[in-house]
Ligand binder design. Sequence first.
Ligand code: NDP
Ligand code: HEM
Length: 511
Amino acid sequence: MADRKTLRTTAGAPWPNNQDSLSAGERGPLLIQDYQLIEKLAHQNRERIPERTVHAKGWGAHGKMVITEDISKYTKAKCLQLGVETPMLARFSTVAGESGAADHERDVRGFSLKFYTEDGNWDMVGNNTPVFFVRDPYKFPDFIHTQKRHPKTNMRSPTAMFDFWGLSPEALHQVTILMSDRGLPESPMHMNGYGSHTFSLWNDAGERYWVKFHYKTQQGHDWLSNAEAETIIGKTREGYQERLFNTIESGNYPRWKFQIQIMPELEAETCEFNPFDLTKVWPHDQFPMIDVGYIELNRNADNYFAEIENAAFSPSNIVPGISFSPDKMLQARIFSYADAHRYRLGTHYETIPVNRPKVEVHNYHKDGTMNVYGGIRSGNENAYYEPNSYADEGAAVEDRSAQEPPLRISGDAARYDHTAYDDYKQVTDLVMKVMNEEERQRLYANMGGAMAGVPGPIAERWFGHLKRVHPDYEAGVRKAWNEANADAGYDPNGVPVTGKTPQATSGSHAE
Ligand code: NDP
Ligand code: HEM
């Protein structure tokens, strides 16, 4: 039998009794001297940390990235060289639901990957969709407000969602994918991941290539209808957690093929569309897929809170050979995530084991809460500032080889109109060319159903956009909207029918 361990307070003192409180007389009251009880209750009060402001509900696991092709002409990143295997963490998520939300809700899914490379952590914080709802970061907080709860009703509001989307036609592409089969995957294993933004790769010669990252499910795309999802949610709210955890536990390790699309740096200037617009894909025929390798998830977390809830992913975590692009959304995200982590997890969130790089870290950041590494980490106790004279005695020095090539930019500093782009062509391609008739019919039904109760003028504005994609799209969704309104107790203008209580519409909508 293993040696028994002594129960101790956080200060290390043996704990005599963890069942009976210290009371004045058998019937109480209690003595404040029972500091073990006070410590226990105080710790319980601090068990919850702020949930992520978006993507609060998530599921994750550990695994590896394996590079099977030579892409060294595009990148010097050590983790992307032929034959290299890199340990990684993945976290999937829904966007709008709180941390207790049901897993099988129609929503975009987050697809976050953290690669523990020999040059530090590279985070790929993407979604299961190749595009996004907005193309200017000014619009992100407002967009998220429409996905969260109405301040008065405390319910989700399809009216707010379609009002915002109708006034932001750049959302058409993403809303179409959300309402298609891909908006409700059977499990995180049955969906693709996309870096979505354009990033860049740079090679040993200092040449930059624009890149899109794709992770293609090897389990096949599998999706659910709203009705099937409602049945599952009626039985379990943790459907994704169960599927992912049990699949990995049983030794069936899910895989995704890792592919990229490449655009030489100067081609961005002549490209017929803005390659840095997050509401657009790069067409496959112009920018063919290039195989890179695969990722595999093969180990569940030992402790969900420590390894998944505490995980801090940030698009700002890049390594030499991989970099950003001018995409305005990406630029804003470079700021936003580390800021969120400092608030959600604490100043030195990167010292939490799951976030800790696998390389030894030396820098001149000093003190602060959660400084668990004992002060300055420069490598020399006298070097607590820079420049200093202790480089030959262990003090950390810069590595100029990590400097990326200059980014070519041009233009005046101004607020450029974000609406000056076509919002329809790629949506038409998706709905009318990529989808088959059955997929289209399901898209119409899902979208019309999600619009039940949306007031007439707001719905009409949205229909106007659908019509510009294709008249069939508008007609199909309008028909489904009328049917959904009748079912849910609304008249054809989305106004509640007198004497009827409209059905709750916050559950299976476009959260
Ligand atoms: P392609 O015909 O070469 O590509 C179509 C792609 O659409 C497929 O490869 C698949 O992407 C994806 N797809 C299939 N069904 C759905 C669905 N229900 N919802 C969302 N995506 C689906 O043509 P293009 O490259 O010219 O793209 C045409 C349209 O396809 C685009 O406007 C865009 O809406 C969509 N698309 C394009 C992607 C791209 O990177 N080019 C990626 C995803 C969608 P996958 O192979 O990634 O599964
Ligand atoms: C999470 C901000 C756009 C994918 C988050 C979080 C914030 C945030 C603050 C919570 C982080 C945390 O607490 O750990 C923003 C802003 C955006 C933006 C300001 C635009 C300006 C996007 C886009 C994508 C995306 C375009 C995908 C392509 C994710 C994912 C998570 C997340 C996957 C969850 C990360 C995890 O698993 O921990 N976002 N976001 N976001 N975001 Fe965004």
